[in-house]
Design a binder for this molecule. Structure first.
Ligand code: AQP
Length: 342
């Protein structure tokens, strides 16, 4: 079976974008692939995280994965910092990737903002660690939202350059023609880019200062309803056809969220709500969101009440992850020319 790897940062509460853009696809892929799902805590500290809040978020994100349908027996579920091969391989990749490649990454530009001199070195090297996450398992498929496409292209560039730079050595050691696979991004489903509820041109994000910009998986029914009621819209009625959403980013986003949650097309949603005012549509969207998210929220609550059990699941996942990553890392050391004991 093809091997899948993906992860999310415990840098705040997971939101509808994380859920529709990534998590629902992760759950589905368990049927057809061997899957490794990671809570990428080392990525989270590329920007400041309060230590106690980080520990809490790692357990909450783990609970969210399980509550959404990731089965920790069937898939490998762990947190990144427990498997040190990620950090080891990232260093090798830091020496493969070029400064120029990294400086073209839009996520770095967005997150570093104007004060680039003050951004952490980790934030700059983020895509190199992400390549290590994936390639430590030689994963071939990575389900992500649209925003991660550029980082995945860089993962491919790193794999190709490593394979080329060390081609002779890889052949000499009998490790095949290409040591690392050229990974396929899997960007699928109707909601690959969910936008902020306050600004239809910005993606929904954990780090947006406005709580009203996102629906968190931890929000209760009243909070969800209130956030949807306050979501920005324009004064026009909803169009009856999809073409009418063009140039209306906020309307497009809300219809897209409805369609994704209901498993319907946007055209179908507009056939029902087109011509009507936003208020009625928003009430229906709030009801649908609560119906879909509240079972996940309550299961998350139940799971986080027993942090010991979550820690046991993570430790078990880390041991299984290490069993795959360790031999890959040993081979990388042999390829590069490090001397290793035992
Ligand atoms: N708005 C979104 N729409 C669709 N997919 C999204 N993803 C994130 N936001 C959206 C997908 O969720 C997965 C995990 O993302 P992440 O936690 O690693 O980091 P991120 O992409 O940077 O997510 P955030 O929420 O915006 O976090 P912050 O604000 O901390 O940077 C990825 O597959 C991502 O594509």
């Amino acid at each position: 079976k093809p091997l899948v790897f993906s992860g999310m940062q415990p840098s705040g509460d997971l939101h509808l974008g994380n859920y529709l853009g990534a998590l629902v696809n992760w759950v589905a892929m368990q049927e057809t692939h061997d899957c490794i799902y990671c809570v990428v805590d080392m990525h989270a500290i590329t920007v400041w995280q309060d230590p106690k809040a980080l520990q809490k978020a790692i357990r909450e994100v783990t609970a969210a994965y399980i509550a959404a349908g990731i089965d920790p027996k069937r898939s490998i579920l762990f947190n990144q910092s427990q498997v040190h091969e990620h950090a080891e391989l990232a260093w090798v990749f830091n020496c493969i990737a070029r400064m120029g490649w990294m400086s073209r990454m839009t996520q770095f530009k967005d997150k570093a903002g104007k004060d680039k001199e003050n951004a952490s070195l980790g934030l700059f090297a983020y895509p190199s660690l992400m390549a290590a996450d994936i390639l430590a398992y030689r994963a071939t498929h990575v389900p992500v939202g649209e925003d991660q496409k550029q980082h995945l292209e860089l993962t491919r560039d790193i794999a190709i350059k490593f394979n080329n730079d060390y081609a002779e050595r890889i052949a000499e050691l009998g490790l095949g023609d290409a040591f690392f696979p050229v990974t396929e991004p899997v960007i699928m489903g109707p909601a690959t880019r969910v936008m902020s509820l306050r600004d239809g041109t910005k993606k929904m994000s954990k780090s947006d200062p406005s709580d009203y910009s996102r629906i968190a998986l931890t929000d209760d029914a009243d909070t969800i309803a209130q956030k949807i009621r306050k979501a920005r819209t324009d004064p026009e009625a909803l169009p009856s056809e999809e073409a009418g959403l063009k140039g209306r980013a906020e309307a497009d986003n809300l219809v897209g969220i409805f369609a994704a949650l209901a498993g319907r097309t946007k055209a179908d949603v507009l056939a029902e709500f087109g011509g009507g005012q936003f208020s009625g549509f928003k009430t229906a969207l709030a009801d649908l969101s609560v119906a879909k998210l509240s079972p996940i929220t309550s299961e998350m609550k139940r799971l986080v009440a027993d942090p010991g059990e979550i820690d046991r699941i993570l430790a078990d996942g880390a041991a299984r992850a290490r069993a795959i990553a360790r031999p890959v890392m040993d081979q990388v050391k042999d390829i590069v020319g490090f001397v290793r004991g035992g």
